[in-house]
Design a protein around this ligand. Structure first.
Ligand code: CTP
Length: 409
């Protein structure tokens, strides 16, 4: 769920060093441009053996730079001009040789030169390694990778899987959409760095028989957006999801469940892990009741016209149970209130009933399944409206609001 304006106004240098993954750089450049970034491509000599500058120029709408001796730059200082204009330099692919050059602070080509010349405090350096698995696992490369990270660069990947050389292992460049998500995340403030966040999302499904059940129209989009925003903010995120059709946000650990009781157990298990969870955000639309008995066989019409009656029993209240944990183990609890009327009044009452510090209220019928939403935060201090926006933007604002309310780590 990447909104088109995710990189609006961002100026990026996209550097290509030599590797077969250059073929993915074309699609990656396109994705960056679609996300709103201005993309200035710089290629090494080796990269030009794999893909032409013409392709990269056509995709980015900007002339490509390949040499530090290019006389187009004012005062012939392309390494200074390019790095001063950029919000970040992204090198994808970053070859083993390129990492070695960076680790040593070498500046033999325009791309390594401008990485060295970049103003480190305001121009991030993001590197997407791409190489054969033996090259990646070689102690020299591992040493170089650790060195460039110690010098302030961020590594994106590498990924694991089948490689162009026919082998399988670590070293393949991340896919363009994964790189895009990581770059968008790199620009987000790290307000939850070092925190653990647990999120429930989606509906639950309460079985009646092997083929039927009770559920609701929650799509899970808001919860998934919150999980993503929390991960972007630097948190370690665990997502417990009911039955939904959504991709897991990058860097988020996901557990799939069906029923409210399974969701309850998954949440309790996550909280029972050795490390303390700092924040619990309950966005799931949990079924309040379930059929008291689940038929083991499909319930059939008997021809009499009689309608079956189902006895219902109450499900555990997952949020209220977490909020009842003793203070040492209790995360900061955030509940959602999907209401159809008197939204704020119901949210205020729900906050007290559930014993949680923050309730996020919204108009349930108007938001289920939609890509945007409007929220009202209800806490001890009063109400804070968050005007209608796409769910990811709202999730980022909500994450910032939660971070502000946390006790210092
Ligand atoms: N919730 C939960 N477990 C339940 C029911 C609700 O964890 N069994 C959580 C939801 O994830 C949400 C909050 O409690 O964060 C409020 O859910 P909601 O369905 O609006 O509240 P209910 O307590 O079910 O009240 P009602 O349906 O009467 O409005």
């Amino acid at each position: 769920m990447s909104s088109p304006a995710d990189l609006a106004g961002r100026r990026l240098v996209l550097g290509l060093s030599g590797g077969i993954a250059c073929y993915k750089a074309a699609e990656f450049a396109r994705a960056l441009v679609k996300a709103g970034a201005t993309v200035q491509v710089v290629m090494t000599d080796a990269a030009r053996e794999f893909i032409t500058p013409v392709t990269m120029q056509a995709l980015t709408g900007q002339p490509v730079w390949t040499s530090q001796w290019d006389t187009r730059a004012p005062a012939a200082m392309s390494h200074i001009d390019l790095s001063r204009q950029a919000d970040a330099i992204v090198v994808a692919p970053a070859s083993a040789d390129f990492l070695a050059q960076l680790a040593q602070g070498r500046a033999g080509e325009l791309l390594s030169l401008l990485c060295l010349a970049r103003p480190r405090e305001r121009c991030a350096l993001l590197l997407a390694p791409a190489m054969n698995r033996e090259m990646w696992s070689h102690p020299a490369t591992q040493r170089n990778a650790a060195q460039v990270v110690a010098d302030g660069a961020l590594l994106l990947g590498p990924g694991h899987g089948a490689q162009a050389c026919g082998e399988t292992g670590d070293g393949r460049m991340l896919e363009p959409e994964e790189l895009l998500a990581d770059i968008v995340a790199a620009f987000q403030p790290k307000v939850l760095a070092g925190r653990r966040v647990l999120v429930t999302a989606g509906p639950t499904f309460e079985a009646l028989d092997p083929v039927r059940g009770l559920t609701n129209r929650s799509s899970g989009k808001m919860g998934f957006a919150i999980a993503r925003a929390a991960a972007e903010a630097g948190a370690q995120v665990q997502l417990v999801a009911g039955p939904v059709h959504l991709a897991t946000p990058r860097g988020v650990a996901r557990t799939d469940v069906m029923s409210a009781r399974q969701m309850h157990e998954a949440v309790q298990a996550a909280l029972a892990e050795g490390v303390r969870t700092d924040v619990f955000v309950a966005t799931a639309a949990v079924a309040d009741w379930r059929p008291a008995e689940v038929a083991t066989q499909k319930i059939k019409k008997d021809g009499s016209g009689r309608v079956p009656a189902f006895e219902m029993t109450e499900n555990p209240d997952i949020l209220a149970a977490v909020a009842r944990h003793d203070a040492a183990r209790r995360p900061y609890c955030v509940g959602f209130a999907a209401e159809s009327h008197d939204v704020v009044a119901h949210a205020r009452a729900k906050r007290l009933r559930k014993g949680v510090p923050l309730i996020v209220a919204n108009d349930g019928p108007a938001t289920f399944g939609q890509d945007d939403n409007a929220l009202v935060l209800v806490d001890e201090a009063g109400e804070t409206p968050l005007p209608r926006a796409d769910k990811l933007s709202l999730a980022r604002t909500l994450v910032a609001e939660i971070a502000r309310r946390l006790a210092p780590a």
